[in-house]
Design a protein around this ligand. Structure first.
Ligand SMILES: Cc1cc2nc3c(=O)[nH]c(=O)nc-3n(C[C@H](O)[C@H](O)[C@H](O)COP(=O)(O)OP(=O)(O)OC[C@H]3O[C@@H](n4cnc5c(N)ncnc54)[C@H](O)[C@@H]3O)c2cc1C
Length: 472
């Protein structure tokens, strides 16, 4: 079989689907979306059972389809904040999005199909259930929606050895295994590890029975500053705090001290230096709960788990056969280096505005639909790699502000940004008359110019790799 298409989108996760959704709405292109997984939805299909979005559903998913009902949660750790979809709800959203795209008659979604790279010339996909190989004739572009493919506990290669007798499970198996053990060791520093600890605490496990093995301590945003719609003033306040800290920071440590002092960022243990920054968030209630866990091991990454000890980069600690070790060490967001997003015959989806994966993929779709020249497209969408450490914050935030300024000089792009449901600031104009919103906008405008200049000085230049290197 030969598949004929204008665009071949490789990856039917949030990025591939949000891109296709916008491109199809804005053009008459024919699009083929493929994924080696057996359904659309990307990493969410294999997420742990208690996963939820950490951002509100209101601005996640594809543009043409709402996710959730913009309810405010009445109780629990998210009380007072906008609802966050469960993993199942996210998968259902992407399944509906794929079905609606197919109904247009211009989109083919081929799950269970793998894109083959490095094969003979042209594009080829393999049907993973039959093994059949198909040629794909691509009239316009191949869209790489897997360059930033997420690494998750269910599918990653466990980065340490496990000796016989040690109990180690991916976080996905925690609910099933939890009843059969006396205590827990949660491995990992990030949001997944925090979620695992929260799940244990919510299920009545005494904090003294949880050991948390954290190679690095992490900074988290306060979730309060990510509430859209009626609470959009809080998002603007958070951005204003970024600008104030950025404008005044003497160095990166000072920057993070300022962000912490203003309440923009939090860390679980303020007495311990934190160097990890992945852009994830916690609510004040989660923070309070997580602080009950006092048995924290800070000896670097785990190298080997044996029946009675854990060997780490900088030492070892005792464990036991009654301890369930919960693997939360997968990388999550992919740290791939920047490569141009628009290339000859190819689009490589990446982050542009920080922490807005759905928005970014849709934005790239809009720019592809309405601009002819790759230089211009790349000017509007420069890649902005995900952050891993505090050192990355100045580059990521500064680049976001410089890029946003370019959109505002382009009436069609800024009109789309103002209207898309994927823009977390969409409701700002409706609240522009509110004095508290006016005050934070004014503070932001006072500081953002100086912050952009200061952050350039604090930001090490991120290398941009060539298309060939990115493909290798
Ligand atoms: C646990 C977790 C929670 C998150 N929560 C949020 C959140 O609340 N809010 C937010 O904004 N972001 C969140 N993120 C960020 C997240 O990365 C994005 O939301 C998004 O889901 C990533 O989608 P993606 O399409 O870029 O990648 P993926 O979901 O990884 O999709 C890439 C797809 O490409 C496919 N693929 C790879 N190679 C091939 C090939 N050769 N042929 C065919 N198919 C291929 C893979 O099978 C995969 O399905 C979260 C991330 C994680 C890991």
């Amino acid at each position: 079989m030969v598949v004929d298409t204008d665009y071949l989108v490789v990856g039917a996760g949030a990025s591939g689907l949000a891109f296709a959704d916008t491109l199809v709405a804005e053009t008459d292109a024919e699009v083929t979306v493929i994924d080696r997984r057996d359904a659309p939805g990307g990493h969410w299909l294999h997420a742990y059972p208690f996963v939820r979005l950490h951002t509100p559903s209101a601005y996640y998913g594809v543009n043409s389809l709402t996710l959730g009902e913009d309810r405010i949660d009445p109780a629990g750790e998210n009380a007072g904040y906008y609802e966050r979809a469960t993993g199942e709800e996210v998968c259902a959203h992407f399944s509906d999005a794929a079905a609606r795209l197919t109904e247009t008659g211009r989109v083919r979604v081929l799950a269970g199909h793998e894109h083959l790279t490095g094969a003979r010339g042209g594009e080829h996909v393999r049907n993973l259930s039959t093994g059949e190989l198909h040629d794909v004739a691509v009239r316009r572009k191949v869209v790489d929606a897997r360059y930033l493919e997420s690494s998750i506990p269910a599918t990653h290669l466990v980065p340490f050895d496990v000796a016989p007798g040690a109990q180690v499970v991916p976080v996905n198996d925690l609910p099933a295994c939890a009843g059969s053990t006396s205590s827990y060791a949660v491995l990992g520093s990030g949001k997944t590890a925090a979620d695992a600890c929260m799940w244990l605490l919510d299920n009545g496990v005494d904090p003294d029975r949880i050991r948390w093995i954290r190679p690095r301590d992490a900074w988290f945003y306060d979730r309060r500053h990510f509430q859209p719609l009626k609470q959009v003033g809080a998002i603007m306040e958070g951005i204003c705090l970024d600008a104030e800290a950025g404008a005044q920071a003497a160095n990166v440590d000072d920057l993070f001290e300022r962000l912490e002092a203003s309440g923009r960022l939090v860390r679980i243990d303020p007495s311990s230096p934190a160097t990890m920054f992945r852009g994830t968030m916690l609510s004040a209630r989660e923070l309070e709960a997580l602080r009950q866990i006092e048995d924290v091991v800070r000896l670097g990454r785990v190298r080997r788990i044996e029946a009675d000890r854990i060997v780490l980069e900088r030492g070892e600690t005792k464990t036991g056969t009654g301890v369930l070790h919960v693997d939360c060490t997968a990388l999550g967001l992919n740290n791939a280096p920047a490569t141009p997003i628009f290339q000859l015959g190819r689009i490589v989806l990446q982050q542009v505005r920080h922490l807005s994966p759905s928005f970014n993929a849709a934005l790239i779709g809009i720019v592809e639909a309405h601009r002819d020249n790759d230089t211009d497209k790349n000017r509007l969408c420069p890649p902005n790699p995900y952050a891993s450490s505090t050192e990355d914050w100045p580059r990521m935030i500064g680049r976001t502000w410089r890029t946003e300024a370019r959109w505002f000089n382009e009436p069609d792009i800024s009109a789309w940004v103002a209207s898309t449901r994927l823009n977390l600031l969409r409701a700002l104009p409706e609240h522009a008359a509110d004095p508290s919103v006016q005050a934070v906008v004014k503070r932001y405008l006072t500081h953002v110019g100086a912050a952009i200049e200061r952050l350039k000085e604090l930001a090490p230049r991120a290398p941009v790799i060539s298309p060939a290197e990115a493909e290798a």
